[in-house]
Design a protein around this ligand. Structure first.
Ligand code: PLP
Length: 439
């Protein structure tokens, strides 16, 4: 029996096999690179699906972790006021300018933050239903999963009373005409027929639908929908877990879409690899009852001191500007690449959240699912790690650390160009990707 890291991983770890896009091993990581068992350095254009916001081994994160450990690891903000938890809450309240009379809750993952929002708004409003989008991914635990609509969660039943609406996809509109108008009309139709709007507690939004295919909505769509919800007393939740905190080239993705959420959830990048999540929401919801969402290590000193360091570095190191600049560089390179490769049907995104939709035929837009898996594998073989998303698993995505340099962006573009060319020329076989079936 082989005792390689990959073999031991296959024997010991559960439930992640299909997420793997390559035989990557991670023994060490520095800056924006993952170092494999054999010492090879791989440029990480995923940042663990957006979590490693500042890359790996960032001195600010290392120092904040050490401080959090030394100060009071093991104690949390559950039984006493702790400086780093209160200070991070204050930082987040200041960061969400819409947060008038708001409070903060801390958890450990985007999943628990969205899950907690669901319970809090149900209790606060007395309404029974939620709205969300087809293709949405709000988490991997039972509550947040039950308002998601991603194909990877087919095994989980949606929550009773969930109202799912199509995400307006400019590349694949439902019919002729305006994709946003179609969905807004559909919502009006639902509210005037089967769904009493005053029974809907909240609408969950990913302002850029990432796992569903890196979909950027048509301009004005979310502001119109949020307005419609507000007139019905429906709370609007902006799930910023994957694409917020500087990644879109501004602090929050909802700012890019021009809408004002009632509740904001954060996760992933807030800890740049250290588990911490947060909800920022109105007191009327957040103080709904004692102990509605207790987690023993809530607001612990390690997570919260790292959260503060991450926010500080995003601001002081110009990372929002860098996300916008590197995003432009990547988009320009990819759009030029689209001229060379028929396989690329569409390129879209905001800042450092970019999707490259692959199709077998640009006219019919048949999803090139197998080719997406092949491109990801070939990129890995050539030294760049990427993943792919989308309802048909045909959208390679780029969510690198916000610390990505211009040279690294060029390196990633060169590798993508070569990888897509190799796949189009049939140089990656079906057998090679058999173990990486797509999620
Ligand atoms: C938009 C969004 N929300 C929530 C989550 C759940 O975050 P986590 O897996 O850290 O719990 C994810 C994870 O991919 C996500 O993309």
């Amino acid at each position: 029996m082989s005792n390689s890291l990959l073999e031991r991983d296959r024997r010991a770890l559960a439930g992640i096999g299909k997420l793997r896009t390559s035989p990557l091993t991670i023994c060490h990581a520095r800056g924006n690179r993952l170092i494999e068992e054999d010492g090879r350095a791989v440029l990480d254009m995923s940042a663990t699906a957006g979590a490693a916001l500042l890359g790996y081994g960032h001195p600010g994160v290392v120092e904040a972790t050490r401080r959090g450990l030394e100060e009071c690891a093991g104690a949390s903000s559950m039984f006493g006021a702790s400086e780093s938890a209160v200070a991070l809450a204050e930082d987040l309240l200041a960061l969400v300018p819409e947060a008038d009379d708001h409070k903060v809750w801390f958890g450990h993952s985007g999943s628990d933050a969205n899950d907690t929002v669901m319970r809090a708004v149900t209790a606060a409003t007395g309404r029974r239903r939620f709205m969300s989008f087809h293709g949405a991914y709000h988490g991997g635990i039972s509550g947040s999963m039950s308002v998601s609509g991603h194909p990877s969660q087919q095994h989980a039943l949606p929550r009773a009373g969930l109202v799912q609406i199509p995400f307006p996809n400019p590349y694949r509109p439902l019919g002729d005409g305006d994709a946003a108008r179609q969905v807004l009309d559909h919502v009006d139709f639902l509210f005037s027929t089967a769904i009493p709007a005053n029974d809907v507690a909240a609408l969950f939004i990913e302002p850029l639908q990432s796992d569903g295919g890196m979909l950027v909505p048509p301009p004005g769509f979310f502001s119109a929908l949020a307005e419609r919800c507000r007139s019905e007393g429906i709370l609007v939740v902006s799930d910023e877990v994957k694409v917020g905190l500087g990644r879109p080239g501004c602090w929050h993705c909802y700012q890019a879409e021009g809408f004002r959420p009632d509740i904001v959830t954060f996760g992933k990048g807030l800890g740049s690899g250290i588990p911490v999540s947060a909800i920022v929401g109105p007191r009327s919801v957040m103080d709904v009852s004692e102990a509605f969402a207790l987690i023993t290590t809530t607001g612990n000193s390690v997570s919260t001191s790292v959260g503060r360091a991450v926010l500080r570095h995003i601001r002081d190191d110009g990372l929002i500007h860098n996300a916008a600049a590197r995003g432009r560089q990547l988009m320009e390179g990819l759009i030029a690449m689209q001229g060379r490769h028929e396989l690329i049907g569409d390129v879209r995104g905001r800042g450092l959240a970019i999707g490259i939709e692959l199709v077998t035929n640009r006219r019919t837009k048949e999803p090139a699912t197998t080719d997406a898996a092949k491109v990801a594998l070939r990129c890995y073989q050539l030294g760049v790690f990427i993943t792919y998303v989308g309802m048909a698993s045909n959208v390679p995505e780029l969510t690198p650390p916000l610390t990505l340099t211009a040279d690294e962006a060029d390196e990633a573009l060169a590798v993508l160009d070569e990888a897509i060319g190799d796949v189009a020329a049939g140089r990656v076989t079906d057998d090679e990707i058999a173990a990486f079936a797509g999620w």
